[in-house]
Design a protein around this ligand. Structure first.
Ligand code: NQM
Length: 365
């Protein structure tokens, strides 16, 4: 179909993020052509993304490309693409668990999977890493209930999103090392580089955990204040390249992973306080795989954060504090003679269908 006729698109909130969701068959199959179209329809590169769908922040400049899965272990395939805001970058190097929350409902909306009367489970292969997550969401009468009416068991609130909505339970499998090959990709729970302790960990989102105090911070700073600190930005950029090297991630100068997460003791009755860097802009809350990764990291003895955290009792959620509240995740980590294995990673999110229509990519500049 020519671009001038528009491309079918569902604009959705997934967790604390917002993105444009597409059927793979509605986008060019060639990745280069696809990325060119995505940049033009999101309005990138432009700090305001004024000529496209993007929301002028990495958390609202996201794309999901979805298809029926050929894999017997999954219903659908979900490719996540982070679209640069002021850079002409489209990258599949990172995954996104917030947008994942919207993917199951999208699959029902577009007829890729049948909905049951009550709740529907959709097994989603996350193409970026190859691991699978199951999303369970309310579908009374075979229709997605985004609001969470009484037939769906009511509505829940997630910090970082106003109001309430129907719960979407995300159960992850084999997230440990899914991007880098190992839960602790440097082979150690604790590393020391450039005068700073760090724990490099990947439970679905390669991340470098550091103590906020080691960088002269409290860990309670507002995202805007952290973003305004140029000396901090320079220090973090250097630490990130060094950590990525230790993690065997190669050249990450143009990549959005690894993320950096500054940790501090909990301040609001939770388990650990966080400020996460995306890696330049600061998250207004925290990513899903980001939170699962922080949890796996701080559960390991000897890690940065283990000593700062108030760990939950076995079976209770680990409460990750972040700039707009907290995020409860359930992560279980077993220590074996070979190191640590993650035996459970689950989280609750909500999602909403915002707009269903056709998007018109702007012409090439
Ligand atoms: O970690 C932002 C987000 C994310 C990623 C980012 C996410 C995750 O909040 O699973 O959801 O870390 O770039 O959307």
């Amino acid at each position: 179909m020519p671009e001038t006729e528009g491309i079918p698109c569902l604009l959705m909130r997934g967790g604390t993020s917002k993105g444009a969701l597409f059927l793979a068959s509605d986008l060019p199959a060639d990745p280069g052509e696809r990325d060119d179209v995505l940049l033009r329809l999101m309005g990138s590169p432009d700090p305001r993304q004024v000529d496209g769908l993007g929301g002028a922040h990495p958390l609202t400049s996201k794309v999901a490309v979805i298809a029926r899965s050929q894999d017997a272990g999954a219903d659908i395939d979900y490719l996540f693409l982070q679209v640069g805001v002021d850079t002409a970058l489209v990258t599949s190097r990172q995954n996104c668990g917030n947008i994942l929350a919207a993917v199951g409902p999208f699959a029902v909306e577009r007829g890729l999977v049948p909905a049951s009367d009550g709740h529907t489970d959709v097994r989603i292969r996350m193409v970026n890493t190859g691991s699978v997550a199951t999303a369970r969401f309310a579908t009374p009468g075979g229709v997605v209930d985004y609001d969470g009416g009484p037939a769906s068991g009511g509505a829940v609130a997630i910090d970082g999103v106003p109001g309430t909505a129907a719960a979407i339970r995300l159960n992850f499998e084999a997230t440990a090392g899914s991007s880098t090959g190992a839960l602790f990709p440097t082979g150690k729970v604790l590393d020391h580089a450039e005068g700073v302790d760090m724990t490099c960990v990947d439970n679905g989102m390669p991340s470098v955990l550091m103590r906020a105090a080691d960088l002269g911070l409290t860990g309670e700073e507002a995202p805007a204040d952290l973003e305004a600190d140029e000396r901090l930005a320079q220090r973090l950029a250097g630490l990130r390249l060094t950590a990525a090297d230790l993690m065997g991630m190669g050249d990450v100068s143009g990549a959005t992973v690894p993320k950096l997460v500054l940790l501090a003791p909990p301040r609001a009755g939770g388990s650990i306080a966080t400020r996460s860097f995306l890696p330049v802009r600061v998250h207004t809350s925290i990513g899903v795989l980001g939170a699962l990764t922080v949890a796996a990291g701080v559960l390991a003895e000897g890690s940065v954060g283990h000593d700062l955290a108030t760990l939950p009792l076995p079976g209770e959620p680990l409460r990750v504090e972040h700039p707009s509240g907290h995020f409860d995740v359930e992560v279980a980590v077993d220590s074996t003679t070979d190191g640590y294995t993650v035996t459970r990673s689950t989280a609750l999110r909500t999602a909403r269908k915002i707009f269903d229509g056709r998007v018109f990519p702007r012409p090439r500049l």
